[in-house]
Design a protein around this ligand. Structure first.
Ligand code: SF4
Ligand code: SF4
Ligand code: SF4
Length: 328
């Protein structure tokens, strides 16, 4: 663990942000790193640790060798972060092409997932197959689950690397009473979430959304208030689109850069010659819902949405992503 950089969620001006833990930080202090563990997800999407907003990926004529990925622990990720990483695994690791940049960062990062005892009204992980804490089904991405209870934490290993982390922690066996407190906290959090989200997504939501693909009136209505700021896509932990561009290298040759891209951007679907099949905004607005709630579900058996609610919180047009899915 000593060789790992540790990132903690901290509360700054009422919002939770990832912060690299300095040795002098008090992990249990109310305003310090420990204070963010029981909050909901950070404002920043967890994807930024693995899929950089902008990075050099190739050069000519010299071969570009990326720097070795740093060993890290994300201490206080959330279950919705795990769900988002699962979506990205399908894209960057399991497909025909493996993204070595992503792979080395993912390989070198441990994830400690903290319970969410107080979900907020923008949270809807429960509508997309998640829950406000990690469980054995999250072993594919998460290493340890952690719950803050009065007087301490309950930690539970989920992966082999997590076992090692837990054994190094020197933690004592939790008592039955402590586990019961954690379980009751979890039950209350799930009940709170169910209260925020009284209607489930329809089983046939993917088909319903697809059938609306030419329904201009429906999508214009759903997009009312949208100012095309693209904030919802920038904060989304599951959006994975990127753009590659080339420019002259600093000294000689060429270098290739990758930047995040997003389907609401006008030029996103533009093709050679300038034609654009999604030049009208309602078509781009539809595309986001089609990608996340229809195409990905049909293709990969899961929504490309973790229910984190970041897009709802970020939207100045007060657009709630749940509404279009429920009304489609
Ligand atoms: S969406 Fe669920 S897992 Fe994510 S922060 Fe909210 S309650 Fe926690
Ligand atoms: S669409 Fe919204 S709720 Fe879903 S993963 Fe992206 S930011 Fe989170
Ligand atoms: S954040 Fe809201 S206003 Fe901005 S592009 Fe997304 S839906 Fe539109």
């Amino acid at each position: 663990m000593k060789e790992h950089a540790v990132f903690f969620p901290v509360v700054i001006d009422g919002k939770v942000h990832w912060q690299r833990l300095a040795l002098e930080d008090d992990a249990d202090g109310a305003g310090g790193p420990g204070g963010g563990l029981s909050c909901i997800r950070t404002s920043e999407p967890v994807k930024a640790f693995f899929f950089s907003p902008r990075e050099k990926v190739a050069s000519l004529p010299e071969k570009f060798e990326p720097a070795m990925a740093e060993k890290r622990v994300l201490f206080g990720a959330k279950q919705c972060d795990i769900a988002a990483l699962r979506v990205h695994r399908r894209i960057f690791l399991d497909g025909e092409f493996k993204d070595e940049f992503y792979a080395s960062r993912r390989r070198n990062t441990l994830l400690v997932v903290a319970d969410c005892p107080q979900p907020e009204d923008t949270c809807f992980c429960n509508l997309v197959g998640g829950q406000p804490h990690a469980g054995p089904e999250d072993r594919d991405e998460a290493d340890v689950s952690l719950a803050v209870i009065e007087g301490g934490w309950i930690i539970e290993a989920l992966s082999a690397a997590g076992e090692e982390l837990v054994s190094q922690s020197g933690a004592a066996e939790a008592s039955g009473a402590q586990v019961a407190v954690r379980d009751e906290q979890r039950r209350r959090a799930s009940a709170l979430l169910a209260g925020f989200n009284p209607r489930e997504f329809a089983k046939d939501a993917p088909e319903r959304i697809w059938k609306r693909n030419t329904d201009k009136v429906f999508w214009q209505h759903q997009a009312e208030g949208c100012v095309e700021c693209y904030g919802c896509l920038a904060v989304c932990p599951t959006c994975y689109c990127f753009l590659l561009y080339d420019r002259p290298g600093e000294k000689a040759g060429m270098e290739r850069t990758r930047v995040w891209d997003a389907c609401y951007i006008t030029a996103y679907a533009r093709v050679g010659g300038g034609a654009n099949p999604r030049s009208e905004f309602h078509k781009r607005f539809f595309n986001r819902f089609y990608c996340k709630f229809s195409h990905f579900k049909t293709w990969q058996g899961m929504y490309a949405c973790s229910g984190c609610g970041r897009c709802i919180r970020a939207c100045m047009g007060k657009i709630d992503v749940r509404k279009a899915v429920l009304e489609a």
